[in-house]
Every structure is written in C-alpha cells, then in structure tokens.
Design a protein around this ligand. Structure first.
Ligand SMILES: C/C1=C2N=C(/C=C3N=C(/C(C)=C4\N[C@@](C)([C@@H]5N=C1[C@](C)(CCC(=O)O)[C@H]5CC(=O)O)[C@@](C)(CC(=O)O)[C@@H]4CCC(=O)O)[C@@](C)(CC(=O)O)[C@@H]\3CCC(=O)O)C(C)(C)[C@@H]/2CCC(=O)O
Length: 213
C-alpha cells in the first residue's frame, strides 16, 4: 500500500491565527469602532468568517473597559446556551471566573411552561444571584436577551456588560435593537441584525479575556 500524500495546508496554530487576523485586518472596516474594540471585532469576525459583520457591531463607549475590569475582578460569565459556555477559552479567563449557564437546570422546563416562554428565557429567572457585575454573553436566544432587559427594568442587579449576539429570524434583530436603544445603564456590545450566534458571543468574551493579560 502506498502512503497517502500529505496535503498542503497550514498546520501551525499560531501561524493560522496570525494569518486569519491579518486577513481580517485587511478586509474588515473597523474605522467606526474605538481602537480598544478592534480585538473584540476581529475575534467576532474570526468566529463567523464574514468581514462585513464588523459594520454591524455596536458598542457603548465603556464596553471593553467594563468587560475587562469585570473579568479581572473574578466576575462570573453568564451564558444563555451551553454552546456559548463551551466556546470560552478558559485559560483566557483571568481569575478562574465561574461560567454559568442555567439552561439545563432541572427546574427550567417547568418554569418555562409556567411562564409560557422558552427555556432560554425561563433560565433568566435563575440568574438573579449571579447578575451583579457579571459579564452576560447571549449568543443564541433572543428571548433570553428580552427577558434580561425586562428583569433590569424590574430593578434586578445590573451586570457589568451585556454581549448581545442572538441569531436568527424571530426576535434576534429586535432584541439587539432594544439593547442598543436602551441598555438600561449597562455597558454593552451587540451585532445588529439577524446575524450572531454562540461562536460570536464566545469570541467576544475570549477577546476580553485575552485583553486581560
Ligand atoms: C428559536 C430557537 C432558535 N435556535 C436557533 C439556532 C440554533 N439553536 C441550536 C440549539 C442546539 C439550541 N437552541 C435552543 C436554545 C432553542 N433554540 C431556539 C429556542 C426554541 C428558543 C430560543 C429563543 O427564541 O429565544 C430554544 C429552546 C428554548 O426553549 O429556549 C436549544 C436550547 C434547543 C434544545 O433543543 O436544546 C439549544 C441550545 C443548546 C445549548 O447550547 O445549550 C442550534 C445548534 C441548532 C439546532 O437547533 O440544532 C443553532 C445554534 C445557533 C448558535 O450559534 O447558537 C435560532 C436560529 C437562533 C433560533 C432563534 C431565532 C429564530 O429565528 O428562530
């Protein structure tokens, strides 16, 4: 049997990252973003392969500093989906920050049925104790973002930062527009429109974590 010929592709992980980030810097227009948000924008684009997504990124002026400060202080990262939680590069979290996702808490299905909502939104009921000063990363569920904003309107503790990246056709654009219109006094970053996703939300956290070093 003859040995299979090795295909020609880049194998060095650091070289792959360098080449990706260089391509994004060359292709994505980041000029509307403050310099401290460029690493976050680059990682978000990196996670989806769409340089034009950078144009839809909106941030409050304090988003990056608030996120980095919160992570350094050991704040929890609250995620709407396990996919977001699993996308976090743990070695980037500077203080062994707890990662919280309550979607699969055994009480959530009954809670969702009682409240007449999704499991993603029902889990927000379980976030109250972790919310003060936290980084909240929403990458999947528009209903979770809407529910969080409703809780803030009801006087719940404020997180340090909301990363709004829900994706899809029902409620994604609307929930992020509401966050950008009125973030309830909380620093935020969001991707306007239908695009988003767990990988992008995790990438945003990873960029902040990398910025802590
Ligand atoms: C309406 C929902 C949407 N889900 C999308 C895309 C993806 N979802 C995946 C997976 C595996 C999960 N999605 C759930 C969060 C599930 N998705 C929903 C809900 C029905 C409602 C959310 C909402 O509208 O706010 C939601 C169920 C719920 O009751 O909350 C998930 C919990 C479903 C499950 O059966 O477990 C699960 C999350 C698992 C986890 O990570 O913890 C996908 C991988 C596709 C799939 O279903 O196989 C994909 C991932 C996208 C991503 O990057 O995160 C949409 C398209 C975003 C859609 C929301 C809007 C719409 O237009 O329909």
């Amino acid at each position: 049997m003859t040995a299979a010929a090795a295909l020609d592709y880049l194998r060095d992980p650091n070289a792959i990252y360098r080449a990706s980030f260089a391509a994004i810097r060359a292709e994505a227009d980041l000029s509307h973003l403050p310099a401290d948000a460029h690493p976050l924008a680059i990682r978000v684009v990196h996670a989806c392969g769409m340089p034009d997504a950078a144009a839809d990124l909106v941030l409050s002026a304090d988003a990056v500093t608030a996120g980095i400060r919160a992570l350094r202080s050991g704040a929890p990262v609250i995620c709407d989906a396990e996919m977001v939680a699993h996308g976090l590069i743990r070695r980037f979290l500077p203080a062994g920050n707890p990662v919280v996702c309550r979607l699969n808490d055994p009480t959530v299905p009954a809670l969702a049925a009682d409240l007449g909502t999704t499991r993603s939104a029902a889990q927000v009921e379980l976030w109250q104790g972790d919310l003060a000063g936290a980084v909240v990363a929403i990458g999947n569920a528009p209903t979770a973002l809407f529910a969080l904003l409703e809780k803030l309107d009801a006087g719940w503790p404020k997180p340090a930062l909301i990363l709004g990246f829900p994706v899809g056709f029902v409620g994604a654009a609307e929930s992020k527009a509401e966050l950008a219109r009125n973030s309830r006094g909380v620093a935020f970053a969001a991707l306007r429109g239908r695009r988003g996703g767990s990988a992008m939300a995790a990438a945003a956290v990873n960029a902040l974590g990398a910025g802590c070093t």
